[in-house]
Design a binder for this molecule. Structure first.
Ligand code: PBG
Length: 336
């Protein structure tokens, strides 16, 4: 008869027991990523039959609408619910007052209409901000000193948002960080009868250096030069401030909120979800994508494993959907 004298000297509770088998690891998994959690950002060019690589974002291409429509077939087949559309505007169409932003026959407006005609079930999200349209690359109208004027900018954002809704956008996503724009846009959409056009508010958008490759992709980095966006985008040092911004945007009628960038701001995502229990999206931005791509290209990290780990990290923090340039890869990997 064995002597059970080891009681107390061995742990009764062993968290490793549940980790010992695949079945028990699966049973206890708290979060699960699916294609339903993804939003795919795309860059659209003027003209026809052109596809261009973005050098700081390997694997990402900017393409004309005809070529984009072909790619979207794949996006739909992969089960990705929505795309976010970003235009590359010819420099001749950029101006101080960004009039092209609300041209009913502009690049975004035409693209939205054609995408919705071909893929009625695919959610189309458009960016509301003036940076693709201003000659100086700021997200709004500036005064002589270069300061971005709030209320004057909001007037233009309203027109931009309504023109996107008229074109058929399902979701307008103000990424400009002007004060009061969500309420102003919501009111205009209601007046125009677009009661079901949703607003995804970039409520907690930080003045981040991780946007660099995106500015190359949309061609605004040259226009912006050495200027920054610190007078409207938030200071990366702040967390409480994001809760204030989100409270305001929800109060003004936002349906969903965005935290941006993603990975360095998981604490913000967590706090937002805990405090408000509303749909929270995260933008896994261009610089985050570029880092993962660069390390993978050097074989320093396993791309698929690291990206999937990053994605589940977003879920764990409280994210409902992730806007990521990796969306197609992630959907493919999940289906394997
Ligand atoms: C501009 C906008 C930016 C991004 C999306 N919309 C850049 C900026 O604020 O300068 C960045 C996205 C990314 O880095 O992937 N309104």
């Amino acid at each position: 008869m064995a002597q059970y004298t080891t009681q107390g000297s061995y742990p009764f509770t062993r968290p490793r027991r549940m980790r010992a088998n695949d079945f028990s690891r699966r049973l206890m998994a708290e979060n699960k990523l699916s294609a339903d959690d993804l939003i795919y950002p795309v860059f659209v060019l003027e003209g026809e039959n052109k596809t261009e690589a973005v050098s700081s974002m390997p694997g990402v291409e900017r393409k004309t609408l005809d070529n984009l429509l072909v790619e979207l077939e794949e996006v739909v087949e992969l089960g990705i619910p929505a795309v976010a559309l970003f235009p590359v505007i010819d420099s001749a169409k950029k101006s101080l007052l960004a009039e092209e932003a609300y041209n009913p026959n502009g690049l975004v407006q035409k693209a939205v209409t054609e995408i919705k005609a071909k893929f009625p079930e695919l959610g189309v999200i458009t960016d509301i901000a003036l940076d693709p349209y201003t000659s100086h690359g700021q997200d709004g109208i500036i005064d002589d000193s270069g300061y971005v004027l709030n209320d004057e900018t909001v007037e233009v954002l309203i027109q931009q948002a309504v023109s996107h809704a008229v074109a058929g956008a399902d979701v307008v996503a103000p990424s400009d960080m002007m004060d009061g724009r969500i309420g102003a846009i919501r009111e205009a959409l209601e007046i125009e009868g677009f009661t079901n056009t949703k607003i995804l508010a970039y409520s907690a958008k930080y003045a981040s250096a991780f946007y660099g490759p995106f500015r190359d992709a949309v061609g605004s980095s040259g226009n912006l030069g050495k200027a920054d966006k610190k007078t409207y985008q938030m200071d990366p040092a702040n967390g409480d401030e994001s809760l204030h911004e989100i409270a305001l945007d929800l109060n003004e009628g936002a349906d969903m909120v965005m935290v941006k960038p993603g990975m360095p701001y998981l604490d913000v995502i967590y706090r937002v979800k805990q405090n408000f229990k509303i749909p929270v999206m995260a933008y896994h931005v261009s610089g985050e994508y570029a880092m993962l791509k660069a390390a993978s290209a050097n074989d320093w990290i396993d791309e698929k494993k690291c990206v999937l780990e990053a994605m589940v990290g977003f879920k764990r923090a409280g994210t409902d959907a992730i806007l990521t340039y990796y969306a197609k890869d992630v959907a493919r990997w999940l289906a394997e």
